[in-house]
Ligand binder design. Sequence first.
Ligand code: AMP
Ligand code: DBH
Length: 546
Amino acid sequence: MSQEWPRRPEDLARRYREQGFWEDGLLDGLLREQAARQADRPALVSGGDRLSYAELDARVDRLASGLAGLPIRRGERVLVQLPNRTEYVVTVFALFRIGAVPILALPALGPADLESLVRTGGAAAMIVAPGRGPGASSAVAERIARTAPSVRHLVVTGDPGGGEALPWDSLLSSSAAPPTGPASPERSPDDLALLLLSGGTTGTPKLIPRTHADYRYNARASAGASGVNGAAVYLAVLPVAHNFTMVSPGIVGTFAVGGTVVLSPDPSPTTAFELVEREGVTISALVPALVGPWLEEARRSGRDLSSLRVLQVGGSRLDEATARRVGPALGCRLQQVFGMAEGLNNYTGLDDPEDLVCTTQGRPLSPADEVLVVDEQGDPLPAGAVGELLTRGPYTLRGYYRARELDPLRFTPDGFYRTGDLVTRSENGDLTVVGRVKDQINRAGEKIAAVEVEEMLMALPGVRGAAVVGLPDPVLGERSVALLVVPGQECPTRDEVRAQMSERGAAAFKVPDEVRRVGRLPLTGVGKVDKKRLREELMREELTRG
Ligand code: AMP
Ligand code: DBH
């Protein structure tokens, strides 16, 4: 087990415990604790469901019994790909309760990524929704479940449509007997609790190990930073499986303090505003690409948004002009959140001056977060200088799951995570994100690993060279542009690229927004495509084109 993911050194772990960062307690314990404290308070609102803490906790018990009966055992991984509905929350907390480890897959992930997660994670089961998302159709899930040797069970919410899958409802056992009896081995807050997806810089997404203690701390501290307490009503607009929606403070943070979580079935502002008015939503979280549509809709719609106190925006860089419109248009405070599934969360303060809130991406959440801004040699830089952000702390990973070979690349010898983000830090510790070292495109918050797309482009007929870069885009943050070297042949069209990529199981958001033919690609000294120069050349061209 210890080879699968590196734990923190014992002296550091002891310090985090002694200083109160890590509490005793497991993630599902958060529901148990609230059910004991305030049984009748609304915990979860989704579609027609309205569950109190006692009801939600009981439903988690019933599913936990069903899952344990399959059996799914403590420590086993289970791929979960579900939309923003009650079943997601119940599933994830039931897995926590039996000590199994959900792998949280976004609905937009395609079959190729799903399969790679199942294989890397060695998943014993898959729990998916029928026909939701390109990767989640029952047929795709059935194929993966059949071919991946580790998978023993496939569970589908809704109608499994006559296939091999087990209906999720049938697992809601009638008895709520504790799924893990006294004979089960002692569980620890330091156990692996869940596996999150990294945006990834290599071809396949990496798995991020998070423990019960570190995730509980991340959630509770985030609730503090965003003013979420027992009176809060948190609206989940982004996919529930995203770390932002889970823990910053998201679903887990809201449960930690006994507030109410409302799930929006889709990200449209029309749906969201109806829920804000009906449920008295106090806080929600968006990626920058959704902010414009929200501001537009606020102008048009007659909905009463007066309950809204805080709008969090994160996932990619929010431009200052849009940032300044949020407060006046929505009548609430903006909070920028710069986070990563690997751990570190930064928040602008709710009482910060407007200039700071609109121009920086916040400060580290925890007094125990260590951050360094370093140059290419790894030497620390003074305040104001641009460099790579390194971080270490009580909720930041020390290595990816089953990817020990990446440790020397992505971590320093003393355990700092190399974020790949280029930032500046002010004298006061406020961070501003200015770019990325790592070669990925951040398209509306969806991270695209350039190499993965390039690999697929190279497989097209006649293509001799391919590079994918992100260029600034007012709506998407970055749009992806593919440059193809196709000597003496027709350049493939975007439709042909799309067809080829979808055949290879790629998610739709990974298809380049633009495909251009070039004569050559600029190379570095060692002969790698010089992305930095390429991007500069393209941006110059854009400027001269007007
Ligand atoms: P992931 O590794 O998929 O969890 O994505 C995390 C990355 O998203 C960070 O390392 C940043 O590159 C980017 N990111 C997240 N929040 C922000 C933000 N508020 N501003 C700019 N970039 C962000
Ligand atoms: O982009 C992210 O991964 C992200 C953004 C905001 C995140 O993981 C988070 C907050 O926790």
